[in-house]
Design a protein around this ligand. Structure first.
Ligand code: SF4
Length: 359
């Protein structure tokens, strides 16, 4: 069985996130400068801009109602910030961006949804699963451990776990108390010890010590639901999957891609808007955006690259300067969640997370 670490990452290396700015020339220069990733990979150009509804002020970097390009693209970020792309926000004093029409045809919804995904691909060309893993076993265990805690905390915990128990056989035969001690920083460590040991036992007894690469097999494993299964399929086996986590649920509802509330129904509704081949990277883009900009409590609307496409614009901070201060991880100049992030992330100026106890 071949593990594909960050398999989907690197297949898409779109252009640098677009920046709203005072002058179209600055935006053009920024795009030009970003025409190639540091690794020399070609980048994907953004799709033509869509007209905004009439009567609404177009934000910087957006398209006017008549389809004319508004003054566009923000200047490059300041030197004090990482090279990782930042979502273009409006300049100070911008009016509210136009919103998608209240009644939207199916075709318009599909177009808007795909446009959002393209914009996010440009904002996060380095999007990737934020759990460190080197093989399917590590990924499935890390995903189970990530319940009720951050990927960062899991990433800081699993090096010790996998150093001591590198295979399902090792973990299935472990002393539970010793595993509990290692997993303590992840919270719910007793329950999680039972889960990962039970999972390992099932892998040994039912699948010859290998993580199966089929959805129907994965969901039979103890503690593995569709979300975990799709994370594993999409990122360790390169098979398309939509990961409906808390960020995904919140954002797709804000964007009115669906009104469904159950993960399985959200997965089906959103999956129908995109080709299957895009599902895995779509999940990463949405989750990256939810973690960095479109937060649960205070979305940074004023620094959001997809504001003109978002029906929920204004739920959060719209002042560009204040919104900028809400940005998290590399967008705010902070370390990411992975101790071993993919090269594309490092090339873009992303900072690895510190090990446990280092900060
Ligand atoms: S709610 Fe605000 S931050 Fe979230 S996607 Fe919409 S405009 Fe962007």
């Amino acid at each position: 069985m071949v593990a594909r670490r960050d398999s989907a990452v690197g297949e898409q290396v779109p252009a640098e996130a677009k920046k709203a700015t005072k002058a179209a020339e600055a935006g053009a220069a920024a795009r030009s400068a970003a025409a190639e990733e540091p690794g020399g990979k070609p980048v994907r150009k953004s799709a033509p801009k869509k007209a905004a509804p009439a009567g609404k002020a177009a934000p910087a970097g957006r398209i006017t109602p008549a389809g004319r390009a508004a003054p566009s693209k923000k200047a490059a970020p300041s030197n004090s910030e990482p090279a990782v792309k930042e979502g273009p926000g409006g300049k100070a004093g911008d009016k509210k961006p136009p919103k998608p029409p209240k009644t939207e045809s199916r075709t318009a919804l599909v177009r808007r949804a795909r446009r959002i995904n393209r914009e996010l691909a440009e904002a996060y060309p380095y999007a990737h699963p934020e759990l460190d893993f080197e093989n399917p076993f590590q990924l499935i265990v890390a995903t189970v451990l990530s319940a009720q805690t951050t990927d960062l905390r899991v990433n800081q915990t699993t090096p010790a776990l996998f150093a001591k128990y590198p295979t399902p056989e090792d973990l299935a035969a472990a002393n539970p108390e010793e595993v509990e001690e290692i997993l303590r920083p992840c919270g719910f460590f007793r329950a999680k010890t039972k889960s990962v040991m039970g999972l390992s036992k099932a892998l040994v007894e039912d699948f010859g010590g290998e993580v199966p690469g089929r959805l129907e097999d994965l969901v039979k494993l103890p503690g593995v639901g569709r979300k975990t299964a799709f994370v594993v399929l999409g990122n360790a086996f390169g098979r398309p999957g939509i990961t409906v986590d808390t960020h995904f649920q919140r954002l797709v509802r804000r964007w009115k891609w669906t009104e469904e509330t159950e993960p399985d129904k959200i997965e089906a509704a959103v999956g129908a808007l995109f080709p299957k081949t895009e599902w895995t990277m779509l999940s990463h883009h949405v989750i990256f955006h939810g973690r960095r900009i479109c937060h649960a409590r205070k979305p940074a609307c004023g620094a959001c690259p997809i504001a003109p496409l978002c029906p929920a614009y204004g739920e959060g901070e719209t002042d560009p300067e204040k919104a900028k201060k809400l940005l998290k991880y590399e967008k705010g100049g902070f370390p990411g969640q992975r101790l071993k992030p993919p090269q594309a992330y490092l090339d873009a100026g992303g900072i690895p997370a510190p090990p446990l106890g280092a900060g």
